[in-house]
Design a protein around this ligand. Structure first.
Ligand code: PLP
Length: 479
């Protein structure tokens, strides 16, 4: 499988190259040249345990030897605290897909444990090094740091918006003592962090010199790892309910998690609807209700990992929407760069996309969903999952099998649980254990130059060797 850019400006890359590249060199996002149709495999895949299913799904997209891929998947599943990796629980009228059994208690562990192992494997083969740069609205940072910490040939730099993530999230990131981990607290919003990151990746000379890699969900390997649990959960719920198709409700920020569901649908998984649930930062739910994608201001909420107004993966969806035509995509995206607004054509009286049902849940509704689900079913939702469950309970139809993605363990957001239920009910030993650990971070202004200078200093000059993709391109050139 080869990988192309949504903007059409690069020659196709291998899977390994695309993983090490992150953002495409023409500023677009990488996607597989074609999406395989797996309809004929669904019956055989259905009984497979998680790791074997992951192997079957991922081998269609990855150019790794079978035994290497199996080993990477096994290694990535090992730190999970549940034998099913991503179990599905019946909770009242919905099914909750628990994605928080990884080491940092957020769904991002599913992809980032795999990505850490994958990077290590690829770098050992190429002999290269990698400086990873990420931006986080909360959970990506700790999951990425946890996936990369202490590994050879890698440094990880993570920007987070200073004082705009929860105390627990900050602690989870900044209490990791490994020498290859650097936390940058940026005086600004998550969108500032993301903009600085994109600008740094656009500076191709810098990117090449320091072998920069990405762990944000613009990295295709992350989307790939997340596709697996859509299949896994659909199979479990079909078994249990006899349903022939399922609906997913996905709490959304960067359109990464739900994009994996969209790809699963395009691969042939029988998905009736994708419910897209946002908090007050509702650019995506406005888009799917109006066809207009226009950036608002970021509002801090109790589901901070979704406090995002520019969804970096959305371009991948738009690419399919315009018929996989890079020129049309570039034309569509153009006004967004200048006016922070773009619009798609929607036929009178038709939905923007019949597959998507989109809605927002505000703070009151989120707290009410936590309270109600706890009272009626004895189950604690974290505030991100609660946004999705709120939308699901409101939008679901009779007989519809709805799977709500639970993206974090409630103990990560204990204040929301206290606010909703009046009691400190959500505890987890991983979180309790953070309290007394020493922390380490550096506060920086929301400025490209400051971030670049900080990184250059820590990367110790341009002696880092290039990674596989870049080495191939610059072969013969002195480093
Ligand atoms: C990152 C995150 C989300 C949003 O996921 P996207 O892929 O950005 O849409 C939702 N919930 C939690 C807990 C997260 O960490």
């Amino acid at each position: 499988m080869k990988y192309i850019s949504t903007r059409g400006g690069i020659s196709p890359l291998s899977f390994s190259e695309s993983v090490l590249t992150g953002l495409a060199r023409d500023g677009g996002l990488l996607l597989p040249q074609t999406i395989p149709d797996v309809t004929a495999h669904l019956g055989a895949w259905r009984p497979l345990p998680y790791a074997e299913l992951a192997f079957e799904v991922m081998r269609l997209f990855a150019d790794l030897a079978d035994e290497d891929l199996r080993r990477l998947i096994q290694k990535s599943c090992a730190p999970f605290r549940h034998p099913e990796i991503t179990p599905v629980r019946a909770v009242g009228p919905v099914h909750v897909l628990e994605l928080f059994h990884g080491p940092t208690l957020a769904f991002k562990d599913v992809a980032l444990q795999f990505l850490g192992n994958l990077f290590e494997h690829l770098l050992r083969k190429t002999g290269g090094e990698l400086n990873i740069l990420g931006a986080t609205s909360g959970d990506t940072g700790s999951a990425a740091i946890c996936g990369m910490r202490g590994r050879d040939r890698m440094r990880i730099f993570v920007m987070h918006p200073h004082n705009r993530i929860s105390g627990i999230q900050e602690r989870q990131m900044t209490s990791v003592p490994d020498a290859n981990v650097f936390n940058m607290a940026i005086d600004g919003t998550f969108d500032d962090c993301q903009r600085i990151m994109k600008d740094i990746f656009r500076d191709l000379a810098f990117k090449d010199r320091y072998a920069l890699g990405s762990v944000n969900s613009i990295n295709w390997a992350r989307v790939l790892a997340q596709i697996v649990y859509y299949f896994y959960a659909a199979f479990r719920v079909m078994e249990r309910t006899g349903a022939f198709e399922v609906t997913f409700s996905v709490p959304t920020g960067n359109f990464g998690d739900i994009l994996a569901g969209y790809v699963a649908y395009r691969m042939g998984l029988p998905v009736r609807r994708l419910m897209l649930a946002t908090n007050e930062n509702d650019i995506l739910s406005r888009f799917f209700n109006t066809g207009v994608y226009s950036q608002g201001d970021v509002v801090p909420t109790i589901s901070p990992s979704m406090d995002i107004q520019v969804a970096s993966n959305f371009e991948r969806y738009l690419y399919y929407r315009v018929g996989e035509d890079p020129e049309r995509l570039s034309r569509l995206m153009k006004p967004f760069a200048s006016d922070r607004r773009l619009a798609v054509t929607v036929e009178q009286g038709r939905p923007v996309d019949p597959l998507f049902t989109a809605a927002a849940g505000n703070t009151q509704e989120t707290l009410a969903a936590i309270r109600r689900v706890h009272r009626d079913y004895g189950y604690l939702l974290d505030p991100h999952a609660a946004v999705g469950v709120h939308v699901a309970l409101r939008e679901m139809r009779a007989g519809e099998a709805v799977i709500c993605l639970a993206t974090a363990h409630p103990a990560k957001f204990s204040q929301a649980i206290i606010d909703a239920t009046g009691a400190d009910l959500a505890r987890h030993p991983v979180i309790d254990g953070l309290k007394d650990l020493p922390t380490r971070m550096d506060v920086l202004p929301a400025a490209l130059d400051a971030v670049r200078a900080y990184m250059e200093q820590r990367m110790g000059g341009p002696q880092v060797r290039a990674t596989g993709a870049d080495a191939a391109r610059s072969a013969g050139r002195p480093q």
